[in-house]
Design a protein around this ligand. Structure first.
Ligand code: PMT
Length: 221
């Protein structure tokens, strides 16, 4: 039985991958299944927290006792996160959020036109939700945790991302077509803004989640 060290705390977790629609049948998306975020939500609930899980396109069962808010796009994820973060003790962004979305949405299915070359897809930037929450801290003393999904120069990129995003902790994990996305397991290094580095060996996504909550609980005091 888990220590109820998060009892009385409200934590907000994002999970899954955003989908940015092009037309009624197509979207730009990514390979996140939501499993890492759901593991974070389950383990926080087991440690006594009130948990809000903002879930982007995940087809996983709702964890018991967790308030699940389903969303589709990055803009919807931002709205839901800002609302839930207003009274949260900790915010953990495990969702894979699209940095860009199509500039235009076609109300009807985009058609091939004869032998014409396909039109390029124009993109615009999405808001950086993690950086915004970390900069604004809707509640004082709030602990903000990000993830970094990297394919190369994993730790160097992670360290740069921690500074850029301004969060307290950044979980750096390596991803690939069949690595981390969708799997039951993960391995990572959790970087702290205080210079700490906590390696988490390859194992179930719950084990990484428990380490994240240990580090959050320390910072909440
Ligand atoms: O869902 P699974 O299949 O279990 O896979 C888990 C995972 C690989 C998705 C997860 O462990 C992970 O790494 N999640 C973060 C994915 C991601 O978007 O990484 P990033 O390096 O692109 O973004 C860095 C951080 O900024 C993330 O916390 C992200 O949520 C946040 N972000 C990114 C872009 C954006 N516009 N707004 C954001 O808030």
């Amino acid at each position: 039985v888990a220590e109820p060290d998060l009892a009385g705390r409200h934590v907000v977790v994002s999970a899954g991958g955003t989908r940015e629609p092009l037309d009624p049948v197509r979207f730009l998306g990514n390979r996140s299944s939501g499993k890492q975020g759901y593991a974070l939500a389950r383990t926080a609930a087991a440690r006594g927290a009130r948990v809000t899980l903002v879930a982007a396109n995940a087809s996983l069962p709702d964890p018991a006792g967790v308030d699940v808010v389903p969303v589709g796009t990055a803009v919807e994820l931002r709205e839901a996160m800002l609302r839930a973060a207003a009274d949260a003790d900790a915010v953990v962004m495990a969702a894979a959020v699209a940095d860009f979305r199509p500039a235009a949405y076609a109300a009807g299915k985009i058609k091939k036109k004869g032998d014409q070359e396909p039109a390029p897809i124009a993109l615009v930037r999405n808001p950086d939700i993690l950086a915004e929450i970390a900069a604004d801290r809707p509640r004082s003393g709030q602990v903000v945790v990000g993830f970094a999904a990297e394919t190369d120069d994993v730790l160097a990129n992670g360290r740069a991302k921690l500074k850029r995003k301004g969060c307290d902790l950044l979980v750096v994990n390596e991803v690939g077509e069949r690595k981390t996305f969708g799997s039951e397991e993960n391995e990572a290094v959790v970087l702290g803004a205080d210079g700490s580095e906590t390696p988490v060996a390859h194992g179930p996504k719950e084990a990484l989640a428990e380490t994240v909550w240990d580090l959050v609980a320390e910072r909440l005091g």
